[in-house]
Design a binder for this molecule. Structure first.
Ligand code: GLC
Length: 508
């Protein structure tokens, strides 16, 4: 049996480049800013970084509207900066994943003019779109009328983002070339943006009215799997590379199919967003975890876990409590699967309040994208000038520098959790089993050979306790002080066998 692959044991950290650190004074983060803080990421204990889009873009959708797949947008720096970043990251043992946007390009991409056959055009009249599909990000119809061509083009997102027609072999070839361009520069893999949508081709499927209102959450087509097998073959030309798909289907059984089969593999990893949307409620979390254990347990189907990203309010904001978000961090770091952190969650950042005149994103997602405060002073370690979005609340107190100086901080909790994970094969790749517990407490055991950990997460509003067989001691407590015997509300602990505990299951 092969051992676990690096992406199964890794902790991946999503860098949102616009908001990480600005070194030029234009208020937008850049590659040099990321490079300058790689040592912080090593201290934190992550294994890989995923960079949200940095390719050339008119930024109608913050870089998810690519106008050149083989160029770095000047706001972030140059290809030379990028090569330097990858070299530095690799020297520090960090893998680098790019964001790859295969479903659509910017209408400013030269293909849109030069290769109209790359896109989904439909004849018609300007008064009636070809079907009732609606665009994501509040854009009305998923169709735009092009007066010059006298045809409609499809855009599942903004009008500025035209959908590619992957049923055209020339699109497949051109997009594979964009992967090879970055793989040749040494990247370790990609996050694949809304990749479950690419198989729609020119003959669009019929969707029910409910599905047509949100096609991005409904498209689940056989041809996408064929395309993913092709993408996987490109990645497999480069040893040890990986992929994580943004499969935005809120159904874990469906998501699982995007890993393909051992004979015809597709994604190495896939996001599975039902967990992201789970409220702070033990019954819901139990169901979400059961779904993962049921559908993402076979060979080649390794789960992922994510609490926050650049598209949704941060979990610190959603859960409306620091204690809960600390306990959630324990879940993220100890469930079976690859955890993805969104930059700033380790600081317990809340979403910024963005006044209407400062709003940037047409999809209303600015709050979670606020800049990262590095230092407590007014400039927060950025090069000066107003950042492109306002700072998050309590930016000084939440800054990296302030929290590194306080061993009881959220930041130290993340650091300890990732160190504990690194030191325990049970946490990194062990089995998962529930333990008997009161309804509001999630209690589970992870085990790999003799290495074992027990995790207790109290999602209730009152303190609770769990009876365990054998002696266990607290390795980490989300409040830095709880004991296993009594778990306060919204507290989680990681337990390790105490001296003298010679093994055997923890359940009574
Ligand atoms: C994905 C991205 C999101 C973007 C959309 C369109 O969902 O995460 O930020 O707006 O795709 O590319």
């Amino acid at each position: 049996m092969d051992g676990p692959r690096w992406w199964q044991e890794a902790v991946v950290y999503q860098v949102y480049p616009r908001s990480f650190c600005d070194t030029t004074g234009d208020g937008v983060g850049d590659l040099a800013g990321i490079r300058a803080h790689l040592d912080y990421l090593v201290w934190l204990g992550v294994d890989a970084i995923w960079l949200s889009p940095i390719c050339r873009s008119p930024m109608a959708d913050a870089g998810y509207d690519v106008s050149a797949y083989d160029e770095i947008d000047p706001v972030f720096g140059t290809l030379q900066d990028f090569d330097g970043l990858v070299a530095d990251a690799h020297a520090l043992g960090l893998k680098v994943l790019m964001d790859w946007v295969p479903n659509h390009t910017s209408i400013e991409h030269r293909w849109f003019l030069e290769r109209p056959d790359f896109y989904v055009w439909v004849d018609g009249t300007p008064d009636r779109p070809p079907n009732d599909w609606l665009a994501a990000l509040g854009g009305g119809a998923a169709w735009a009328w092009d007066t010059h061509r006298g045809q409609w083009y499809l855009h599942l997102f903004l009008t500025e983002q035209a959908d590619l027609d992957w049923s055209n072999p020339a699109v497949v070839e051109a997009m594979h070339a964009t992967l090879r361009f970055w793989l040749d520069r040494g990247v370790d893999g990609f996050r694949l943006d809304v990749v479950h949508c690419i198989g729609k081709g020119h003959d669009l499927p019929v969707l029910s009215p409910e599905q047509a209102a949100k096609p991005v959450e409904a498209l689940d087509l056989a041809y996408t799997h064929t395309l993913l097998q092709g993408i996987r073959s490109v990645l497999d030309e480069y040893p040890d590379t990986t992929s994580v798909g943004e499969v935005y289907l809120l159904d874990t059984a469906r998501v699982a199919t995007y890993y393909g089969t051992p004979e015809a593999p597709e994604l190495h990893l896939s996001f599975n967003f039902p967990g992201l949307w789970a409220p702070w409620d033990a019954a819901v979390w139990r169901t979400r975890i059961d779904e993962v254990e049921q559908h993402l347990a076979g060979p080649g189907r390794w789960p992922t876990w994510v609490l926050s990203n650049h598209d949704v309010p941060r979990h610190r904001t959603r859960y409306a409590s620091e204690a809960r978000s600390r306990a959630a961090a324990v879940l993220l770091a100890t469930l079976r699967g690859t955890p993805f952190l969104f930059a700033g969650e380790e600081l317990g950042l809340e979403d910024a309040v963005v006044p209407s005149q400062q709003r940037v994103d047409p999809g209303g997602r600015d709050g979670c994208r606020a800049p990262l405060p590095w230092t407590a002073d007014e400039g927060h370690g950025w090069a000066g000038g107003d950042p492109w979005l306002p700072w998050p609340p309590d930016a000084g107190l939440r800054s990296v520098a302030t929290q590194q100086g306080d061993e009881g901080s959220m930041l130290w909790l993340y650091q300890r959790l990732l160190a504990a994970r690194r030191g325990s094969s049970a946490l990194r790749h062990g089995t998962f089993a529930w333990l008997p517990s009161p309804p509001d407490v999630l209690a589970y055991e992870r085990a790999a050979g003799p290495d074992r950990r027990v995790v207790l997460v109290n999602q209730g509003a009152i303190s609770a306790s769990v009876e365990l067989a054998g002696d266990w001691e607290v390795e980490i407590a989300s409040d830095h002080c709880s004991t296993a015997a009594e778990l306060a509300a919204a507290v989680a602990v990681v337990l390790r066998p105490a001296l003298g505990n010679k093994g055997g299951p923890a359940g009574v």
